[in-house]
Design a protein around this ligand. Structure first.
Ligand code: GTP
Ligand code: MG
Length: 309
């Protein structure tokens, strides 16, 4: 299971975070050294700097303190193994895949500008097409012609169908798209939207309108509203997810750009602190740089460090 190629790709995607852990831990554990209070503090600092979160990092250090007596020689591998299992114990493992038997399954993708909505939609479409599903993308970001073009490129890459309408109201595009999805026997509809901040009132009202139009055509939809969060913004991403979800309903998070940060712990912080599950992660700019978030594999990949690294 965890030695699959998907796991190797995850490890590769998290290499910045892992190298940081590895380098800093290796410096602490040179040769056979007894564990000191200062080392515990530095391990805590390493966890915090990876954006696992202050509170969780402190709790983990307390667990470490209980399990490893001070002033006794300890191997780095043993500490890393402990950190891994302690983190996993603290996480509830959640599975993630399409459960809905409704067709079409409608996914609405929302988020702040530039957090990776359109790219992630490209990846999601490929993900579902590779499962034999028929996918339709909806260009709901009608403000910029370039945004529609960008989605069109992803639809060509993945082989998904596309509904677009220049200079139209986003909710009218969505309405047309859902009607045609039914006629065309589509399995998964993924709606792209323009970037917005939770404070932009008009844009949030527009999002509301999109939700209502979706419901008008398919009352139980959207089956998932996915919020993209840019992992490189670290703890701000966590705050963004909290604020956004207070204004509009969010079912799942798509944590993007994890390959671009040494603070990969943010996925764990979000998982630990928010009720909204992280369902997908983005680990690169290519179409297949997407994975379902599985906290066990994630922690394994993040802490895959050896004293010889
Ligand atoms: N390294 C890396 N880059 C990513 C990832 N996901 C998205 N990006 C990049 O992030 C940038 C913004 O992505 P978009 O998909 O255009 O973001 P958006 O949220 O649709 O942006 P707006 O529509 O302008 O709000 C692009 O350069 C993407 O290639 C990822 O997982 N890893
Ligand atoms: Mg976009």
């Amino acid at each position: 299971m965890i030695f699959s190629s998907a796991f190797n790709r995850l490890k590769q995607g998290l290499s910045k975070s892992r190298t940081q852990f590895s380098n800093r831990l290796s410096k602490l554990f040179t040769g056979s050294v007894p564990l000191t209070e200062d080392m515990l503090e530095q391990i805590e600092e390493i966890l915090i700097s990876a954006d696992i979160g202050v509170e969780l990092s402190m709790e983990i250090i307390e667990d470490l303190r209980k399990n490893f007596p001070l002033n006794q020689v300890v191997e780095m591998d043993a500490v890393v193994k402990f950190l891994k299992s302690d983190l996993m114990r603290r996480m509830d493992v959640e599975a993630g895949d399409i459960r809905s038997i409704d067709r079409p399954h409608v996914i609405l993708v929302v988020g702040v500008n530039g957090t990776g909505k359109t790219t992630s939609i490209g990846k999601l479409s490929q993900h579902y097409i590779s499962q034999g599903k028929k996918v339709l993308l909806v260009a709901g970001d009608t403000f910029r012609a370039a945004a529609i073009e960008q989605l069109a490129v992803w639809s060509e890459r993945s082989g998904a169908e596309l509904v677009r309408k220049e200079a139209a109201d986003p909710s009218s595009v969505v309405y047309d798209a859902l009607q045609s999805a039914r006629q065309r026997d589509i399995d998964v509809v993924i709606i792209d939207t323009a970037g917005r901040l939770h404070t932009q009132k008009n844009l949030m009202i527009e999002l509301d309108k999109i939700q209502r139009v979706v419901k008008k055509v398919i009352p139980e939809a959207p089956h998932e509203t996915v919020l993209t969060i840019d992992a490189t913004t670290g703890q701000n991403g966590l705050i963004q997810a909290m604020q956004f979800s207070e204004v509009t309903p969010v079912d799942h998070l798509f944590l993007t750009k994890l390959d671009g940060t040494a603070k990969g712990g943010i996925a764990i912080a979000i998982h630990h602190n928010l009720d909204i599950p992280v369902k997908y992660i983005g680990i690169g700019e290519q179409i297949d740089d997407i994975q379902d978030f599985d906290v066990v594999s994630y922690v394994e990949a993040l802490f895959e460090v050896r004293s010889s690294d």
